[in-house]
Ligand binder design. Structure first.
Ligand code: NAX
Length: 327
């Protein structure tokens, strides 16, 4: 058995928490030889439900779970965290303005960042799932000045998976053959799923799927997939999100195989003309447990315009939280 790892999950009584925690307990998240301490952070009103999930986790009789802790205090829950997955967020409700949504979430992610800064393990890695994920990442990181910015990421692996799955369906090729897909921008409807560098086996994906499809129905299907799931299921994506979280964490620690890459929201270092300081989804590979932007990809005018539109939304969100005095 290797050194125990501490995972803090926020929103742990929520749907994604419920889907994720049992896969952690089965050893799928960090491997069968890594003991895991789970620390669940919940809003006080959902503490009872979180305690119920903890009872069920006990009943999983997991060989990797060392203990499970439930709290509504971020300073307690993030204590010693090696990996923090932040799924607890305020959803948008009817009649809520965007500024209200950003403010409500800043009220959650700001204090969590301060707590992470003070009590998490030195090497803590933070993955933000709760929406608006990119801007919540910006807020949490801005309250944790002692944690290097490259340790904060926003989940866009689900969007990446949705894009890969669409190409597999259109071409009939196995998912394993589809590489070098990118999701750029915000985890929102403005995101740009990009097949310009994608391959199916050794062939350019565009040769097989056609540029018209890649620039039209494909982008719309991927960007609106979350809404399609809600319309069909009556609830948002849960199990596929948990899968994406596990893949994101696995690839971050073990790197992306071959000459492939994945997508993740990370602080821009100015790559591809994205202004520094916004959290944008890029093509990434992992090096020493952090995400590095894949350099040197050509962007034609269509790709450039799509990326710029999504980045403009990110800048808007950043300005809105700045105006609230949150950054
Ligand atoms: P749920 O509403 O089932 O769960 C959210 C949980 O967060 C609730 O149990 C709530 O009590 C808790 N919470 C609220 N405030 C909290 C606080 N201050 N501290 C700790 N916990 C708090 O939503 P679920 O389906 O689990 O989704 C969680 C988040 O993931 C949502 O924001 C959702 O929009 C987002 N998603 C992000 C995706 C991505 O790819 N980045 C895809 C799926 C999902 O839409």
């Amino acid at each position: 058995m290797s050194h125990p790892l501490t995972l803090t999950l926020t929103g742990a009584a929520g749907q994604i928490g419920y889907a994720l925690l049992f896969r952690v307990a089965s050893g799928e998240a960090f491997g069968p030889d890594t003991p895991v301490r789970v620390r669940m952070l919940e809003h006080p009103r959902a503490l009872k439900a979180a305690a119920g999930v903890a009872l069920e986790l006990q009943d999983a009789a997991s060989r990797v779970l060392l203990d499970v802790d439930v709290s509504s205090d971020p300073r307690h829950a993030f204590d010693g965290a090696d990996v923090a997955v932040l799924a607890g967020a305020r959803p948008r409700t009817a009649g809520m303005e965007r500024a209200d949504l950003l403010e409500a979430n800043a009220g959650i992610f700001g204090p969590q960042g301060a707590a992470l800064n003070d009590v998490a393990a030195d090497g803590v890695q933070v993955l933000v799932v709760g929406n608006p994920a990119n801007t919540n990442t910006l807020v949490v990181a801005s309250h944790a000045p002692d944690v290097p910015a490259d340790r904060f990421t926003a989940l866009t692996r689900l969007d990446h998976n949705r894009a890969v799955a669409q190409v597999a369906q259109r071409t009939g090729a196995p998912v394993a053959d589809i590489t070098r897909v990118t999701v750029w921008g915000n985890h929102s409807r403005t995101q740009y799923p990009d097949l310009r560098h994608a391959r199916v086996g050794s062939r350019p994906a565009l040769d097989l799927v056609g540029r018209e499809w890649a620039d039209g129905p494909f982008v719309d299907t991927v960007a609106q997939r979350g809404g399609a799931i809600i319309a069909a299921r009556g609830a948002s994506s849960v199990a596929s999100t948990a899968t994406a979280v596990l893949q994101h964490e696995h690839l971050r620690r073990h790197d992306v195989p071959g000459d492939d890459w994945t997508s993740a929201g990370r602080f821009s270092d100015g790559s591809y003309g994205v202004p520094e300081g916004v959290v944008c989804s890029f093509p990434v590979v992992a090096a020493d447990g952090t995400w590095q932007v894949v350099p040197g990809l050509d962007l034609d005018t269509t790709a450039r315009a799509r990326i710029d539109a999504s980045v403009a939304e990110l800048l808007d969100e950043r300005d809105a939280v700045r105006a609230l005095g949150v950054l």
